[in-house]
Design a protein around this ligand. Structure first.
Ligand SMILES: Cc1cc2nc3c(=O)[nH]c(=O)nc-3n(C[C@H](O)[C@H](O)[C@H](O)COP(=O)(O)OP(=O)(O)OC[C@H]3O[C@@H](n4cnc5c(N)ncnc54)[C@H](O)[C@@H]3O)c2cc1C
Length: 378
């Protein structure tokens, strides 16, 4: 078993690490406070080749694999989980096009995104159903060769700002997942509006929106897969994109550990640096154990995706494990910082606020356990 990254992967990792230190860390707190998406970071990520990295080569993109995406995700997650969500929610919105789109559709929806900075979005959740996604209410009715879309989507990352939004809708509310479709909706479609959701606990540098569709006409050629494929495409997408969430969580945990090490060496109590107390040392050791274990888990899941092997079980474990491990690491990092950890002067307070979302989005960790146990019992 070879754990060595290729030269290209090490270069990619270094590129993402340098980008994080130069472009993300210096502005992360400011954009968190302003609750604003830093568009200049999106543009710079595009310029250096860190945006929409999964666009296939036949559509003019880099065609990077899941492990590559995760290596980027870990570095960006180290810098700011909110900015991570901006960039990675774009890969999330792109993935259904790769999973369910024809080559022609992939070219149509991807090629323009290789020419200028732009985002994708993935719109599955609704005000009344998140985990129970198949119970969606957003309706799609076929009128000639166009779908007419009506309904509301909730909590959509990059929502309203994305050039393309993949919207999941039903053609029959009694029909369950067999009546679902996936439609690619352009930003400027008449009848498509959005409302920004404010005052989030964390990840405030990411844009989260409610999307409203009022008689939005979507050409049939923008439908991914066939009638009834919508839910399947959404689930196949999430089986993959949960893995970068795990990687981002590992990055955040690494930040929590490094900030704790730094502080523990600087802060003195009872006449010596607190790093000399075993209680503090053990917290650092726990963090390191979680980070190493989590990285192995996300890398295995990503490797399975890249080998075109089944990966749903492993991706659910990676997502649930890493997000919980990162939450614990951020929580303990505040403890190591004492009272100073509880205020915004040090980055650890933001880490804890940001990481909570990792246990909720892309399927809550309860839903991950449903997936994991279903695999065990089937
Ligand atoms: C900031 C943010 C960004 C987001 N970005 C996106 C996005 O880009 N696209 C998108 O489509 N969605 C997005 N979401 C939505 C997110 O995926 C949902 O919030 C999540 O899936 C949970 O759905 P819910 O909020 O409706 O909670 P519910 O489904 O109502 O769940 C409430 C609680 O019940 C538990 N529960 C529900 N069903 C079960 C069950 N069967 N077994 C055990 N426990 C269960 C849940 O785990 C949770 O603890 C985002 C959410 C947030 C907050």
């Amino acid at each position: 078993m070879d754990f060595t990254l290729s030269d290209e992967q090490r270069q990619l990792q270094q590129l993402a690490r340098d980008f994080t230190r130069k472009e993300i860390i210096p502005i992360a707190a400011e954009y968190d406070q302003k609750e604003e998406l830093p568009w200049q970071v999106v543009e710079k990520a595009f310029e250096v080749g860190l945006l929409n990295v999964a666009i296939p080569e036949h559509a003019g993109g880099l065609g990077l694999g899941m492990l590559d995406e995760c290596l980027i995700g870990e570095e960006i997650g180290y810098g700011c989980m909110g900015i991570y969500t901006v960039l990675m929610a774009s890969e999330l919105g792109l993935t259904p096009i790769l999973v369910g789109g024809t080559e022609e559709q992939q070219k149509r929806f991807c090629q323009p995104m290789t020419e200028k900075a732009g985002l994708y979005a993935f719109a599955l959740s609704e005000p009344n159903n998140g985990s129970d996604a198949a119970a969606m209410h957003t309706m799609a009715v076929l009128d000639g060769d166009e779908w007419v879309l009506n309904g509301t989507k909730m909590w959509i990352s990059n929502g309203g700002m994305a050039e393309w939004t993949v919207v999941f809708a039903t053609t029959d509310r009694q029909g369950g997942h067999r009546a679902t479709v996936a439609l690619v909706v352009p930003k400027d479609a008449p009848g498509f509006t959005y409302n920004k959701i404010k005052h989030k606990m964390g990840q405030r540098a990411s844009l989260t929106s409610e999307l409203v569709f009022e008689n939005v006409r979507v050409p049939k050629e923008n439908q991914l897969g066939g009638l009834g494929d919508g839910f399947k495409i959404a689930m196949k997408t999430l089986d993959k994109t949960r893995i970068p969430v795990a990687a981002g969580s590992v990055g955040l945990a690494r930040r929590a550990m490094e900030e704790s090490i730094k502080y523990a060496k600087e802060r003195a109590a009872f006449g010596k640096p607190i790093a000399e107390f075993q209680a503090i040392q053990f917290k650092l050791a726990e963090m390191a154990m979680g980070i190493e274990t989590g990285r192995l888990m996300y890398q295995k899941a990503a490797w399975l995706v890249d080998q075109h092997q089944p990966h749903g079980f492993e991706s659910a474990i990676a997502k649930a494990y890493c997000s919980e491990m990162a939450f614990d690491a951020a929580n303990e990092a505040i403890q190591v910082h004492g009272g100073y950890g509880y205020v915004g002067e040090y980055p650890v307070e933001k880490l804890l606020r940001d990481v909570k979302l990792n246990q909720i989005y892309e399927g809550t960790n309860e839903i991950q356990r449903v997936v994991i146990s279903r695999n065990l019992l089937k």
